[in-house]
Design a protein around this ligand. Structure first.
Ligand SMILES: NC(=O)c1ccc[n+]([C@@H]2O[C@H](COP(=O)([O-])OP(=O)(O)OC[C@H]3O[C@@H](n4cnc5c(N)ncnc54)[C@H](OP(=O)(O)O)[C@@H]3O)[C@@H](O)[C@H]2O)c1
Length: 253
């Protein structure tokens, strides 16, 4: 019985690309998301061993469904990729309900899903998909920025407290996914920087999900646990990508 790799938000965007990267490396997968259809589409694309669980990772019931699907198997990799951008708009008008939903998905889910799976994760790796928003306040993205800042500290806390699980964090850059479509569709009155993101798309500056997934695959499979956890990895930092690019070149030659 081979160890599992779990990818939350595996039905679309970066999560789908990560799933394909991991299955390409021969790893059995368990994909999680609220909508079953995109998960099943990813599973078809991945071929091989790929299970899907449709559930909301922001709820106890959703996380319990993931834990039940894992059963007694070992989890080699857990990628906390699922996240929501909304609510978008000034914090002055944010509702408690919308704020809590964002925190439940973007912050509570990585904490409590890791916690639920700890007995299965010994010797494994957990990866948080971070963002520049963890460190940079962008007007209109209050809930997203605060949740990603919390996720960055959660990665550091787990590393301070866990001894037999390596926890990593990665900044994927600006990636061509449905979330970027949602960003570009925002009204400038609620998200003043929207034009910058529209221009990035027009100018072909977005990274492809497959490119980012290749970097993430390298991080998960080809770094030591110590290097994996040592600092937040950033695909935009040439010092962080040199070894990955070298490994890619070696494979293609
Ligand atoms: N795209 C970028 O430029 C960019 C930049 C920095 C960081 N990121 C991060 O990259 C990750 C992937 O985002 P993406 O750009 O690929 O966006 P995306 O396509 O919108 O992906 C988000 C995924 O999360 C799932 N999801 C959302 N809420 C969920 C919930 N409550 N329970 C389970 N699954 C849920 C969604 O599926 P369902 O709707 O079916 O649940 C979807 O598959 C996120 O953590 C995001 O913050 C993205």
């Amino acid at each position: 019985m081979q160890d599992l790799a779990i990818v939350t938000g595996g039905g679309t965007g970066l999560g789908r690309a990560i799933a394909l990267e991991l299955s390409g490396r021969g790893h059995p997968l368990l994909l999680v998301g609220r909508r079953r259809q995109p998960l099943e589409e990813t599973a078809r694309m991945a071929g091989g061993s790929c299970e899907v669980v449709s559930g909301d990772v922001g709820t106890e019931a959703g996380r319990a469904a993931v834990a039940a699907a894992v059963g007694q198997r070992r989890v080699a990799m857990l990628v906390h990729n699922a996240a929501v951008l909304e609510p978008v708009g000034p914090l002055a008008g944010v509702t408690l309900e919308a704020w809590r939903t964002a925190m439940q998905v973007n912050l509570e889910a990585p904490l409590f899903l890791t916690q639920a799976l700890l007995p299965r994760l010994a010797g494994g790796r957990v990866l948080h998909i971070s963002s520049g928003a963890a460190r940079n306040a962008l007007a209109g993205w209050g809930a997203y920025c605060v949740s990603k800042a919390g996720l960055l500290m959660l990665y550091q806390m787990f590393n301070a407290e866990l001894t037999d699980v390596a926890v990593g964090s990665v900044r994927p850059g600006v990636v061509d996914t449905p979330m970027q479509g949602l960003i570009r569709a925002q009204d400038e009155s609620r998200f003043p920087s929207v034009e910058r993101f529209r221009r990035l798309k027009q100018d072909g500056q977005l990274r492809s999900p497959a490119e980012v997934a290749s970097f993430i695959g390298w991080l998960l499979f080809e770094t030591t646990p110590e290097d994996f956890a040592a600092h937040e990895w950033d695909i935009g930092n040439p010092d962080h990508t040199a070894a990955w690019l070298q490994s890619r070149r070696a494979k293609s030659s």
